[in-house]
Write a protein that binds this ligand. Structure first.
Ligand code: KIV
Length: 275
């Protein structure tokens, strides 16, 4: 069944938890889609896990479009949400609508995600008016890493906790249909989840959210630069990959690969004529 804004909202209402993972390429998106994931996020985390930057700040619209196109070709039923990269919506409402439109029209995304609360409500309203579903992102918003002074849990003191609750209400009023809560204390995320009628998706925000998201390289053990506390490793694919690469290197060096079965035949008659 195709996932839409209506089915996602119905999941919150029924208490059926929403599943989301990031993906950045066709074959991974296809595997996730076939596994029955609700949503695939083409996160600007691709800057770190795919492109090797130390933050999401260098990611461009062209990077996002390139990866979003690949993911949408692989996802039949999952809702594909594309991140709006740094400086694609902060500059003006016009830029926000224009760039959200590109992610849908050129990239094939169903919805876009942008970071921030009250400060981006005018952007959310304008994008929604252009008939593009919007996911908001509150708490640790990685595009503000320099303003925060690092990757830190958000909302631990009363003032900031109140601000996050207010921001959540404002982005809902502005028209966002879902919100990601990143690195927010679990009890605060529970309050926000109760206060909103739109679904909350947690990452480092506890089990009280309406759904969860993880970066797929983190949950598969494929990214070792750093592993946040909130990640659960479901497999150690990184070690499996290294084992397979080493076996391949050894086989090529020893001549064990390729075997007869990996080669193409030609008739002896043809070969004789070549001498
Ligand atoms: O870019 C991303 O992958 C994200 C998730 C961590 C929510 O925004």
């Amino acid at each position: 069944m195709k996932n839409t804004t209506a089915t996602i909202l119905a999941q919150k209402q029924k208490g059926d938890r929403i599943t989301m993972l990031t993906a950045y390429d066709y074959s991974t998106a296809k595997l996730m889609d076939e596994s029955g994931i609700n949503c695939i996020l083409v996160g600007d985390s691709l800057g770190m896990v795919m492109l090797g930057y130390d933050s999401t700040l260098p990611v461009t619209m062209e990077d996002m479009l390139h990866h979003t196109k690949a993911v949408t070709r692989g996802a039949k039923n999952a809702m594909v949400i594309a991140d709006m990269p740094f400086m694609s919506y902060q500059t003006s409402v016009y830029d926000a609508v224009k760039n959200a439109g590109r992610l849908v029209q050129e990239g094939g995304a169903y919805a876009v995600k942008l970071e921030g609360g009250a400060a981006v409500c005018d952007r959310i309203e304008a994008i929604v008016k252009a008939s593009i579903p919007v996911v908001a992102h509150l708490g640790l918003t990685p595009q503000s890493v320099n303003a925060f002074g690092g990757f830190k849990v958000q909302g631990k003191d009363e003032a900031r906790a109140r601000e996050l609750i207010e921001d959540a209400k404002k982005i809902e009023a502005a028209g966002a249909f879902m919100v990601v809560l990143e690195c927010v204390p679990a009890k605060l995320a529970e309050i926000i989840t109760r206060e909103l009628s739109i679904p909350t998706i947690g990452i480092g925000a506890g089990a009280g959210c309406d759904g969860q998201v993880l970066v797929y390289q983190d949950m598969l053990g494929m990214f070792s630069d750093f592993t946040p506390k909130f990640v659960k490793k479901y497999a150690d694919i990184g070690e499996m990959m290294k084992g397979a690469f080493t076996s391949y290197i050894n086989d090529v060096k020893s001549g064990a690969f390729p075997e007869e079965s990996h080669t193409f035949a030609i008739s002896d008659e043809v070969i004789e004529k070549l001498y």
